[in-house]
Design a protein around this ligand. Structure first.
Ligand SMILES: *[C@@H]1O[C@H](CO)[C@@H](O)[C@H](O)[C@H]1NC(C)=O
Ligand SMILES: *[C@@H]1O[C@H](CO)[C@@H](O)[C@H](O)[C@H]1NC(C)=O
Ligand SMILES: *[C@@H]1O[C@H](CO)[C@@H](O)[C@H](O)[C@H]1NC(C)=O
Ligand SMILES: *[C@@H]1O[C@H](CO)[C@@H](O)[C@H](O)[C@H]1NC(C)=O
Ligand SMILES: *[C@@H]1O[C@H](CO)[C@@H](O)[C@H](O)[C@H]1NC(C)=O
Ligand SMILES: *[C@@H]1O[C@H](CO)[C@@H](O)[C@H](O)[C@H]1NC(C)=O
Ligand SMILES: *[C@@H]1O[C@H](CO)[C@@H](O)[C@H](O)[C@H]1NC(C)=O
Ligand SMILES: *[C@@H]1O[C@H](CO)[C@@H](O)[C@H](O)[C@H]1NC(C)=O
Ligand SMILES: *[C@@H]1O[C@H](CO)[C@@H](O)[C@H](O)[C@H]1NC(C)=O
Ligand SMILES: *[C@@H]1O[C@H](CO)[C@@H](O)[C@H](O)[C@H]1NC(C)=O
Ligand SMILES: *[C@@H]1O[C@H](CO)[C@@H](O)[C@H](O)[C@H]1NC(C)=O
Ligand SMILES: CC(=O)N[C@H]1CO[C@H](CO)[C@@H](O)[C@@H]1O
Length: 785
């Protein structure tokens, strides 16, 4: 039998579970605390007490005082020594742990604050910030908001996180998360090979970095008071950011680090460079070749790269500038903070074993950092403002150009940004990166505004989705299955998961992420966050209770649930949504896949446009774009798009018209058949309208119809599906036409895609086009949408 070991520790209290506690929050001189006693902070958030690791499964201990000196029985107690030190003594009155004050405190009072900080003060300076000692200066494995991780440079005092040894053993384990200020300040998570990225800002947390003469540290704040967070170095060597809502108290992992393949230390071996957005992610630095090419081809990067042409200290050598990188590990380096970049270059050239140099600037003083030997753990950032420039020594013959950027005066702030931010890049930022990449590549003039897309941890999503079980599957979106689940906050969400091995899907995923993150409108389905862990690409949406429009209008029973008034509201809603996309949003966006199944309905049956996987952003001056891959849904595609891949806002108008006719008729355009002719729904509507019998198109389900309004809708629908894009009205006119019953409507011309095979009315469509249109439709059917 093991004797229970006791530790003194701090842990969070779940108020909803434990109820109100009457324990005091202070311990004064003369008092003591034994096993079973506790201190509870006034706001009832934190509790200080004794615990035995084996018996406390569901608690999260934020701080443990006597980590490596457990009490061996329950007779120890916490009290004050005559010097005013807070001490933990065992049965035989030996001090097991002490606050180890440097000065005597006459009248000490220990108080557990609502931040989780245990502080020691003079009774006379109670309620002041004049702490003689504080638990926050001695973190265990957890960083709470307000705690500093880093250094008091002057006195050489460090605060770092050290993991527990194992689940039941709080003694210091193998993994330490710390700020290394030797050379350049950088964060280190020892044990597993990781240096570099850490947390970035997101809607829940806000990290603050302070790099001063006397102090250098990381501290973070919670931006939303309804959340509690903690950063944990777990005993298997990961950093985990936990979030709990104050209501539910269940902890969820928001993300863990390392979180991408490039985070792994030296992922690409010596002299390799890791680029997370490339496939494969590893490459040799310029001028280098794989050491073992066969292994390299098998995606085994461990061997790294070696110089194609060795450097031999001749004058024929120069430097290649590599921008936006995380600089190599400082295995063998030399630092001088008093040098300019030019001097730095000269210094590197002078020494035959110098392989690269960089500006060491972190605090705005120019400086020089030289590397000798291999360059390990270089990683490229996609975003311009991250990372640093690295200058790699190469023979002239290898150089495309030699940079001479030393004369460029760099802004102190940019340098600060790059050095610090490079360390703190996370997948949240990765979302931004894709965004930037694509938007920039379009060359549009869109101003990048920070869109904070919360990043969800894969474990959280898997948990919320019940392990992506069949039961939680609710449908299929453009690029993969859609699941329903509940987040820890209790919120219902729909989660869209990119099917594996779908490259096309990846592009759609990126497009959708970028677009939805940018677009905020109550008509568009809301994106709550994303997850890009390992190979997973997941989008998290608000859940829409009432499925999608097609679920109702095409069903002979459910159609009764959507009366005309509702359908008309939905139509106007969609029209306004499209107006926003086409004209009102900061970007001009073409949806390209508008159809009944992409119109979701919320709890009050209001429409929400979804599935932006195919959407395109248009730069201001672009009118029409041609695409090689014709994708979309047959039956909703405009002829011009289906025939030759040209699309513009008018392609969406065509789809809208189609949708409008479907809403009115309750029939699908695709697969429509009529006993007496072979026209599509479009052709059918057109024929009836031409014969002044438009009302015959109307859905039999619509018992409450307002005939003139329905007729107007058919008319507007036909205007939208006219064959020539120029004839189709713009979204703004459509909204006006729908909203104003006295607005006059032009007479529609022949629609595109009548698809008749009878001789009737065929004069307007040439044989050639007819053939084309059939081809186009069957071709896109192959797309399987
Ligand atoms: C502080 O000292 C005063 C006077 O000695 C005493 O009454 C009071 O209880 C002390 N406060 C605490 C929190 O110990
Ligand atoms: C108390 O601690 C001292 C020193 O660590 C040790 O020698 C002694 O055996 C302990 N007493 C008990 C009862 O654990
Ligand atoms: C207590 O602090 C002093 C300096 O203030 C230090 O030298 C000593 O090692 C500390 N003792 C313990 C047990 O931490
Ligand atoms: C990077 O991590 C490795 C392995 O943990 C460690 O040896 C090295 O010192 C770290 N380097 C930097 C620059 O943090
Ligand atoms: C440590 O964190 C990682 C990443 O979140 C997780 O996979 C692992 O299971 C954790 N280890 C333990 C013992 O909880
Ligand atoms: C990877 O390549 C290295 C040499 O570059 C070799 O020693 C190692 O065995 C390879 N690993 C695997 C799994 O093939
Ligand atoms: C850096 O330069 C300043 C002014 O030129 C000088 O006072 C200082 O001693 C130098 N520091 C080092 C470490 O060389
Ligand atoms: C080059 O730099 C290394 C490391 O600082 C040093 O040991 C060596 O003496 C230098 N060689 C020359 C020729 O300056
Ligand atoms: C040094 O390398 C250059 C090519 O980079 C070559 O032309 C030259 O001959 C070499 N010199 C010596 C002394 O090896
Ligand atoms: C994604 O967006 C880009 C740029 O807007 C576009 O070129 C590309 O065709 C889109 N991809 C898909 C699958 O829609
Ligand atoms: C409705 O349309 C008529 C005719 O075009 C126009 O005179 C009137 O101002 C419009 N009403 C509104 C509210 O836009
Ligand atoms: C017609 C229909 O199914 N309406 C439902 C929409 O969603 C709300 C909220 O879940 C339900 O109460 C309605 O019955």
């Amino acid at each position: 039998m093991e004797t229970p070991t006791l530790f003194i520790c701090l842990y969070i209290i779940c108020l909803s579970v434990f109820g109100l506690s009457t324990a005091a929050d202070t311990l004064s001189s003369g008092q003591s605390m034994k096993d079973g006693d506790k201190l509870v902070s006034t706001g009832q958030s934190f509790e200080l007490g004794f615990f035995s690791p084996g018996n406390s499964k569901n608690r999260n201990f934020f701080w443990v005082a006597n980590r490596d000196k457990p009490l061996t029985d329950s007779h120890g107690f916490l009290t004050f020594s005559h010097d005013g030190d807070l001490v933990l003594v065992n049965q035989s009155k030996s001090v097991v742990w002490s606050s180890n004050l440097s000065r005597v405190v006459k009248n000490p009072v220990a108080q557990l604050l609502d931040t989780g900080n245990l502080v020691l003060r003079e009774n006379s300076s109670l309620n002041s910030d004049d702490y003689r000692w504080q638990g926050f200066d001695h973190p265990s494995d957890t960083l709470l908001p307000g705690m500093k991780l880093g250094w008091d440079v002057k006195i050489g005092f460090e605060r770092c996180l050290t993991s527990w040894k194992s689940k039941d053993d709080p003694s210091p384990g193998d993994y330490t998360f710390r700020l290394n200020i030797n050379g350049l300040p950088r964060f280190e998570l020892f044990g597993i090979q990781y240096n570099g990225s850490s947390m970035a800002s997101n809607p829940v947390i806000k990290p603050l970095f302070f790099y001063g003469e006397n102090q250098m540290y990381l501290l973070y704040e919670v931006s939303k008071s309804e959340f509690i967070i903690r950063l944990l170095t777990n005993h298997t060597g990961w950093l985990q950011l936990y979030v709990a809502s104050t209501r539910s108290n269940a902890w969820n992992i928001m993300y863990s680090i390392p979180n991408d393949k490039c985070d792994a230390y030296g992922a690409c071996g010596a002299n390799g460079i890791c680029r997370i957005n490339r496939d494969p992610i590893c490459d040799c630095l310029k001028g280098f070749v794989p050491k073992s090419p066969e292994q390299w081809d098998l995606l085994n990067w461990t061997g790294g790269c070696t110089r194609r042409i060795p450097i031999n200290c001749t004058k024929e050598e120069g430097f290649l500038k590599l921008a936006n990188v995380k600089i190599p590990d400082l295995l063998e380096f030399w630092l001088n903070n008093n040098m300019s970049l030019e001097e730095c270059e000269a210094e590197c050239l002078k020494n035959c074993s110098c392989t690269a140099y960089a500006n060491s600037d972190v605090r705005g003083v120019s400086g020089c950092l030289l590397w000798f030997g291999s360059l390990l753990d270089v990683k490229e950032y996609k975003e311009d403002n991250y990372g640093q420039a690295l200058y790699i020594r190469l023979p002239k013959s290898e150089l495309d150009f030699v940079h001479n950027s030393a004369k460029k005066k760099r802004m102190v702030i940019a340098i600060l940004m790059s050095a610090i931010a490079a360390l703190f890049l996370s997948a949240t930022v990765y979302c931004h990166q894709i965004q930037n990449r694509i938007i920039k590549s379009k060359g549009s003039k869109i101003k990048e505004e920070d869109v904070d897309l919360p990043l969800f941890d894969l474990a959280t999503i898997v948990n919320a989705m019940n392990g992506f079980s069949e039961d939680s599957l609710i449908g299929a979106g453009g690029f993969g299955p859609v699941y329903k689940g509940n987040l820890f906050t209790g919120q219902e969400v729909a989660v869209k998961r990119l099917s594996r091995d779908s490259r096309q899907g990846l592009e759609e995923f990126e497009n959708e992420t970028i677009l939805i993150a940018k677009l905020q409108h109550r008509i568009l389905v809301g994106l709550l966050g994303c997850c890009m862990e390992r190979d997973e690409r997941i989008l998290v949406y608000e859940y829409m209770q009432n499925k999608s429009l097609d679920y109702f209008i095409f069903d002979s029973e459910k159609c009764l649930l959507l009366d005309w008034e509702k359908r008309f509201d939905i139509t106007i809603g969609i029209a306004r949504g499209l107006l926003y996309l086409h004209h009102d949003s900061r970007l001009q966006v073409i949806h390209r896949d508008l159809k009944a199944s992409n119109i979701l309905l919320d709890g009050s049956l209001s429409p929400r446009i979804s599935d932006f996987g195919l959407a395109r952003i248009f730069a201001g001056d672009e009118k029409e774009v041609k695409t090689r891959r014709i994708i979309g849904t047959s039956g909703y595609m405009s002829p011009k798009y289906a025939f030759d891949g040209k699309f513009s806002v008018k392609s969406d108008i065509f789809s809208f018209g189609m949708l409008l006719l479907e809403i009115v008729s309750g029939k699908r355009n695709r697969g429509f058949c009529h006993p007496s002719h072979q026209h599509s729904l479009l052709g059918h509507a057109w024929l009836l309208w031409s014969a002044n019998r438009a009302t015959e198109v109307i859905d039999g389900c619509l018992y409450d119809l307002v005939e003139p309004q329905v007729q107007r809708c058919i008319h507007i629908g036909l205007l939208c599906v006219q064959k020539f894009a120029n004839d189709r009205p713009a979204m703004s006119s459509i909204v006006a036409m729908l909203g104003n019953e006295s607005a006059s409507l032009p007479r529609p011309k022949q629609p595109g895609f009548i698809m008749e095979r009878s001789s009737m009315d065929s004069s307007a469509i040439s044989k050639h086009e007819e053939l084309h249109s059939i081809n186009a439709v069957s071709m896109t059917t192959l797309d399987g949408r």
